[in-house]
Design a binder for this molecule. Structure first.
Ligand code: SAM
Length: 277
């Protein structure tokens, strides 16, 4: 019988943020593959877990994934943990999950903290739809391209960023998305936890010269409703002109829907919003 691969979430700062199940599983497996064995040892010591550790990080992920799958095939139960939070979320772990599944090994996720979801909730921005962008590209051109591509998306954006790059990323976000509400969530669950809220230009002004210290997650409000429609055709101008000419909104919405292939209902709603000012 092959073993089970357990993908175990660990704290993003506060060592108490771990589940009973995670501690039990870590204590029962044959091997723990850890991104940072020193950090893992601190956590395991705290909970009295003594199991063999193997280092598993981005640089050796591909080759280690093959070793781990071979050991799983031989019946060992293995846990994967990353330096913080949920493995495979902008962290090593993804490749071993894919390799294990391809080999027919059972994969169980032991859920727990992730900086992305913690920051999203702490930011106080809409949570019903969000897009996790991971770490934005390091080159300015690619970063700008990414942000331009999500400009009309009605979903809150969540990004990881290294503290030294927060200033330039906020500058590019402000340039692409305008003065949207956003938050810089720093050192979540730790002693110096801080969530600074403001518009993108305000946050850029605050962090451009003095980068935040510690671990940072950025959260940015999505586009206002109707932004996608407005972006492609100048629907706002069309609707305003038609309404000013005294044409019924339903008729105009139907006509514009035919012209653009967009939803008649969405255009009608945009017209109603414009009428209300
Ligand atoms: N897998 C992890 C997770 O699920 O949260 C994320 C790992 S990723 C390599 C590390 C990034 O997560 C950091 O650069 C930072 O953007 C974010 N992060 C991790 N811990 C954080 C914390 N305590 N507060 C704010 N952001 C954090």
């Amino acid at each position: 019988m092959p073993g089970i691969l357990y993908v175990v979430a660990t704290p993003i700062g506060n060592l108490e943020d771990i589940t009973y199940r995670a501690v039990r599983v870590l204590g029962e497996v044959d091997l723990i593959a850890a991104e940072d064995t020193r950090a893992a040892q601190v956590l395991l010591d705290r909970y009295g877990v003594r199991r063999p550790l193997l280092s598993y990080f981005e640089g050796n992920e591909t080759e280690r994934a093959a070793d781990l799958v071979a050991r799983l095939g031989a019946g060992e139960h293995i846990a994967v943990i990353s330096q913080a939070g949920t493995p495979a979320v902008s962290d090593p772990g993804y490749r071993v999950v894919v390799a294990a599944l391809a080999a027919g090994v059972r994969v169980e996720v032991i859920p727990g903290p992730s900086a992305a979801v913690t920051a999203l909730v702490a930011a106080g921005l809409p949570t019903d739809r969000f897009l996790f962008l991971g770490f934005p590209p390091r080159t300015e051109a690619r970063r700008r391209e990414l942000f331009a591509g999500v400009r009309t998306l009605e979903a809150t954006l969540v990004l990881y960023e290294a503290p030294g790059r927060v200033g330039e990323t906020l500058a590019d976000l402000a340039a692409a998305l305008g003065p949207r509400p956003a938050a810089v969530a720093r050192e979540l669950t730790k002693l110096y936890e801080e969530v600074v809220r403001g518009t993108l230009p305000e946050l850029h002004a605050r962090y451009a010269a003095t980068p935040p210290r510690g671990e940072v997650t950025l959260v940015v409000a999505g586009a206002p409703a109707g932004a996608a429609l407005e972006a492609e055709v100048d629907l706002t101008a069309e609707l305003r002109a038609a309404v000013a000419a005294g044409r019924p909104l339903r008729e105009v919405a139907a006509e514009l829907a035919l012209r653009t292939g967009k939803s008649r209902h969405a255009i009608y709603q945009l017209g109603v919003a414009l009428k209300k000012g």
